[in-house]
Design a protein around this ligand. Structure first.
Ligand code: PTJ
Length: 243
């Protein structure tokens, strides 16, 4: 039982939820450590959406709206944290959703699919094939999904797979709290924000962007500049942390 007046109530509640998801086999154990790394960066960010992240979220929404075959790639952490928000982003963007795991097992894929469907997500199913230039099972994805997508949203992705997606010509939107990660540096567009804040913001932009704004937003960003701004915002916050 976490007391509601605990100053870190929400964070502790999320941890408890993730530990439960790990026990149920939805989250990988590695997913728990990945979450811890994310939490540390979120502290530095101030646990709120930075101005640079908001710009990235608007560009990301525009990229999804401009895409011919947008796909949201969902792993254990994303499903455990944001299943309901993914349903809303799918409705707003018309993107397909594919469960694509780093620690892939049939059983986890099935459990995560069931969780997402319970929250109203339509999940692509099919037989995965080795379509990415990676030497292990992480090359697997669905021919009708990520395999033929032009734009792929990858919340909390591994750097190698992000690079492989870029190498096969995908436009890759990453959500990653660490602006220095290989994923952040490799993606076409990086949102340095917590996934439960980033996905609702993207949904809001999908609904709010006027048709004539979409193309401009989808092309009018520079990822290096967004990453530099994110690091500057963190630096500025640290400079004043003890004031
Ligand atoms: O469910 P699976 O098997 O597909 O595995 C998922 C994980 C996340 C374990 C896997 O993709 C992995 O190992 O990822 P990495 O390489 O640890 O990268 C995860 C990145 O996400 C790190 O840079 C973290 O800082 C970041 N991160 C962690 N939690 C969040 C986050 N970013 C946004 N929101 C979060 N809540």
């Amino acid at each position: 039982m976490i007391p509601e007046d605990h100053p870190r109530y929400r964070s502790l509640q999320v941890r408890e939820h993730l530990a439960r998801c790990a026990a149920e086999g939805i989250l990988s154990l590695e997913g728990l450590t990945a979450h811890g790394r994310g939490e540390a960066f979120d502290y530095l960010i101030g646990e709120k959406t930075m101005e640079s992240a908001l710009r990235a979220e608007r560009a990301a929404a525009a990229l999804l709206l401009c895409a011919e075959r947008p796909v949201i790639s969902v792993n254990g952490n994303t499903a455990a944290l944001a299943a309901g928000s993914i349903a809303l982003l799918q409705q707003a963007s018309n993107a397909a959703v594919e469960v694509n795991l780093f620690h892939r097992t049939e059983e986890r894929t099935r459990k995560i699919t069931t969780l997402l469907e319970r929250h109203g997500v339509t999940v692509l199913e099919g037989i995965p094939e080795r379509l990415l230039p990676l030497s292990h099972d992480r090359a697997l994805c669905l021919p009708r999904g990520i395999g033929s997508a032009d734009v792929v949203l990858v919340p909390l992705e591994d750097g190698d797979r992000c690079q492989a997606l870029v190498d096969v010509g995908k436009t890759v939107i990453a959500i990653d709290l660490n602006p220095l990660s290989r994923t952040a540096m490799t993606a076409t567009l990086t949102i340095v924000d917590e996934v439960t804040r980033a996905i609702p913001q993207m949904t809001r932009f999908c609904r709010a962007l006027a048709r004539e704004e979409v193309h401009l937003c989808a092309t009018g960003y520079e990822n290096r500049e967004l990453l530099r701004s994110a690091i500057r915002e963190i630096q500025l916050r640290l400079d004043h942390a003890l004031d």
